[in-house]
Write a protein that binds this ligand. Structure first.
Ligand SMILES: [Zn+2]
Length: 442
């Protein structure tokens, strides 16, 4: 995470956005891990919070403790702690399990493949029957996920259990004196939270150029607990950023369709419908130019897109939400993907090395989703992405075209969002008041 923070300091905005899309995706999957390690230093951010009602509890998964797992009384349960250099096969063979049985176990179900990636410190519980045959196994995959496998007459049956974190709202605020990062760190934000904050406002604030001393922010965010113990930091629920006397507000809102969006006070999206640059850390090797001499054909031929030079295999991201319209070879464009984004817009990605799995005509893609990799198929002198942006069927310069705002909350959900936003705002106001009171006592 620290490395990402450094990237933010030194890379221009186009790269940032692509990078953030990735971070957003990774972050969702990894925040618990990342912040579990770094998280315990944030307890001193704000005074103890007011006794506020906890946010509406999410569905609590019933999590049977491992002791209650169904097991025949004759089974012999053993706990194995993975040490450095251990393999699943070695560990189980140490318990008398045959290599053939290990193979049958890990190939029985895709979810059991994770067993081949066990890490030092992981704990496995295995059960053997009276003949010493492996009949059940449990693996704690993360703080909240565990996998239970049991051998039945039909073979290995796998169940996954996911616990829910208990969540508590916390508050932090800071006025920027030197850099956003130092000020945010002093206010107790973890690197992960700083990335979230930057990501949320990256569409409106250029964090490399726009930040000034005197800018300030407030965040209401979740702390995560398991069995009453703090284990990390979750999402920013509400953020306000005062940048050069502009006031920006963002509410994290999960739509009934399950999409997470950051919305302003009226329910409009903060993000644009398109990211400017569909490849990260690439160099522009050729611009939009109606009168270009083609490097391979050596004739005057309009260059109706932008070329991004990047090593073969570099991921290419969908620049906006949409539906795949074309996947395949398109003459000199080589391997090409075309995505349609609503009525007006479409984007084209050419010279690709590979298509990502599942990218087929008709499939829905999300902004930032990897659709394939950079290559040099078709007429190309080196690996690059040729990227086109069309508005109503007309080619526009992808670097300068005005990018529309993404759609905000739907009309059906707007009322519900406004109520939710109001509640968050009140929570933040109470926290801010308590924070100020505590400051004055010091
Ligand atoms: Zn090109």
């Amino acid at each position: 995470m620290t490395r990402l923070v450094q990237l933010v300091r030194c890379f221009p905005r186009g790269h940032l956005l692509a990078c953030f899309a990735l971070v957003a995706i990774l972050g969702t999957a990894l925040f618990s891990l990342a912040d579990t390690q770094a998280g315990s230093d944030t307890a001193t951010v704000a005074p103890r919070p007011l006794e506020l009602p906890a946010p509406t509890p999410r569905l609590q998964a019933e999590v049977p403790s491992t002791a209650q797992a169904p097991a025949a009384p004759v089974w012999d349960w053993r706990e194995l702690t993975v040490a450095s250099g251990d393999t699943l096969s070695g560990l189980l063979q140490g318990e008398g399990v045959t290599p053939g049985d290990v193979h049958r176990l890990v190939t029985a179900d895709d979810r059991l493949k994770t067993l081949t990636r066990i890490r030092p410190g992981d704990v496995l519980r295995v059960a053997l029957d009276e003949d010493g045959k492996l009949v059940a196994l449990e693996h704690k995959v993360s703080l909240i996920e565990s996998l239970h496998a049991e051998l039945t007459e039909e073979g290995w049956q796998v169940t996954e259990q996911v616990r829910e974190f208990e969540r508590q709202m916390r508050y932090a605020e800071a006025t920027i004196t030197d850099s956003l990062f130092l000020s945010a760190q002093r206010a107790g934000l973890t690197d992960n939270m700083i990335m979230q904050l930057v990501n949320i406002f990256a569409w409106d604030i250029d964090f490399v150029l726009d930040i000034r001393a005197g800018d300030s922010f407030k965040v209401l965010y979740e702390e995560l607990f398991l069995d009453g113990e703090k284990v990390g930091v979750g999402n920013i629920a509400l953020a306000e950023f005062n940048n050069r006397s502009r006031n920006l507000t963002a509410y994290r809102y999960e739509t009934s369709a399950g999409d997470v969006e950051f919305l302003d006070t009226n329910g409009n999206s903060l993000r644009r419908a398109f990211i400017r640059t569909p490849v990260e850390f690439a160099r522009i090797s050729s611009r939009f130019n109606p009168n270009r001499r083609h490097p391979v054909l050596n004739t005057i031929r309009a260059h109706r897109g932008v070329d991004y030079a990047a090593p073969t295999g570099t991921p290419i991201r969908a620049s906006g939400d949409g539906r795949v319209e074309f996947v395949g070879v398109k003459g000199g464009y080589g391997n090409t993907v075309v995505i349609r984004h609503g009525q007006q817009y479409s984007t084209l990605y050419a010279h690709m090395h590979r298509f990502a799995s599942g990218i087929r005509p008709g499939v829905r893609v999300r902004q930032g989703q990897t659709i394939g990799t950079v290559g040099m198929t078709g007429l190309a002198t080196g690996p690059h992405l040729h990227y086109e942006f069309l508005v109503n069927g007309v080619h526009r310069d992808p670097l300068t075209v005005q990018l529309p705002k993404a759609q905000g909350v739907s009309d059906q959900e707007r009322q519900q969002f406004l109520v939710y936003a109001n509640r968050l705002r009140n929570q933040m106001a109470l926290h801010a008041e308590a924070f100020t009171l505590a400051q004055n006592f010091h």
